[in-house]
Design a protein around this ligand. Structure first.
Ligand code: ATP
Ligand code: MG
Length: 374
């Protein structure tokens, strides 16, 4: 059977008439045809599949039920703009039947149907784009944070240098005064006062030293650092103190080859900082205090050290600040707020990362990821 001859414009018209629905249903984007009041006139298959409704159910839903509440109140303004310009491009979040929200970009146009003006909206799922944008924002704020830390580091190094010189002079002169007092058999109270002063100066010197470390101004050499060895040495240093405080320390050292490049002294400092923080977080807890140190290999290139405690934990707004220099929640004399910024600075210099997760009343986990030496 031969087909009757048709003109080119006849052929085009018949394709649209017969296959308009099939065409609409073959689209990956969801299509909604509705009036200015938001009453649905037609939808395609992708709209039903994406939102989890049957065709009948979705046709009964008004447009307002599909837009999530924070976007639904923008509908009247969008309609007004559409009436005015005949087109619109906007972002929204569409709600599925199960309550899940899907970020979408809607491209809307006006169409005439049986003498009525309707809106045809083609909605594209932009979940992936949104995730990429979030990731970009996260990386940008991380970069901002790193550059902030770097500038604080430069400032800290300068301040430390300036304080160190007069401090050395004060220490030397105190020594001279002490000798004179002893020689002249002065009142022992005077010598005691001098001792207290010396203690206070010692504390200032300690802070200044920490600041210098924070700024990584110590030109330390890079050597092979065995993480397991450092953990064990550091734990043996503090074992008795933790036992007295009734804190249990558990280790699960699973890395096969726990070596990285860095400075042993600095790595000791990082681990000590973290376990001292964990101990402080357990203060006030009568029993069941637990600090766990775990290591494991990530493929052949990295080693992960996780240090967790079941202490007081931290609120999100506190978490945001813990790597800021001088941020502390501890009483004066107990915390300087330099432990974590210094640890961050040391781990970054080893080309590693330090992450933290915490929940108030549950505990905290610090995760260090370091590149393997070989
Ligand atoms: N494991 C943890 N659990 C709960 N809070 C923590 C933990 N580790 C750190 N923090 C919080 O982060 C703050 C900053 O810690 P960081 O080690 O930088 O300073 P610090 O311990 O206060 O003083 P420093 O270490 O200089 O003596 C702490 O004051 C505390 O509020
Ligand atoms: Mg600390």
């Amino acid at each position: 059977m031969t087909r009757p001859e048709t003109s080119s414009s006849d052929r085009q018209a018949s394709v649209v008439d017969l296959d308009a629905r099939a065409l609409m249903d073959s689209l990956e984007d969801a299509v909604f045809i509705h009036d200015f009041q938001g009453r649905m006139f037609d939808i395609n298959q992708a709209a039903c599949t994406r939102l989890g409704y049957t065709r009948e159910e979705l046709l009964k839903q008004g447009l307002q039920a599909i837009d999530s509440p924070e976007f639904a109140n923008q509908v009247p303004d969008r309609m007004a703009a559409l009436r005015k310009t005949g087109k619109g491009l906007f972002e929204s979040v569409h709600l599925c039947k199960n309550g899940k929200g899907i970020p979408v970009e809607v491209n809307a146009r006006l169409i005439e149907f049986n003498g009525t003006t309707l809106v045809i909206g083609v909605s594209r799922d932009i979940t992936e784009r949104k995730l990429a944008e979030q990731e970009k924002t996260r990386i940008q704020s991380q970069l901002l944070h790193s550059s902030k830390l770097a500038s604080i580091g430069t400032l800290a190094a300068g301040v430390a240098h300036e304080i160190n010189n007069p401090l050395t002079i004060i220490r030397g002169q105190n020594e001279f005064i002490r000798e004179s007092l002893i020689l002249n058999e002065a009142d022992p109270k005077m010598i005691q006062t001098l001792d207290k002063q010396e203690q206070a100066i010692g504390r200032i010197a300690g802070i200044v030293n920490s600041l210098r470390l924070y700024a990584r101004n110590d030109n330390s050499t890079s050597e092979e650092v065995n993480i397991h060895q450092i953990i064990q040495e550091t734990l043996s240093l503090v074992a008795n103190i933790y036992k007295r405080a009734q804190i249990q320390i558990e280790t699960q050292l699973r890395s096969i080859n726990p070596t990285t490049a860095g400075n042993i002294g600095q790595m000791q400092q990082v681990i000590l900082n973290l376990i001292v923080n964990a101990k402080d977080a357990l203060e006030g807890r009568k029993s069941g205090g637990l600090i766990r140190l775990e290591t494991e290999d990530v493929g052949t290139t990295a080693i992960v050290l996780r240090l967790s405690d079941n202490g007081c934990g931290m609120h999100p707004n506190q978490l945001q600040q813990i790597f800021n220099a001088f941020y502390t929640t501890k009483p004066p004399g107990k915390g300087t707020g330099l432990g974590l910024p210094i640890s961050h600075s040391i781990i970054t210099s080893m080309k590693g990362t330090i992450d933290v997760a915490s929940e108030p009343g549950v505990g905290t986990v610090f995760t260090l990821t370091l590149p393997k030496l070989r």
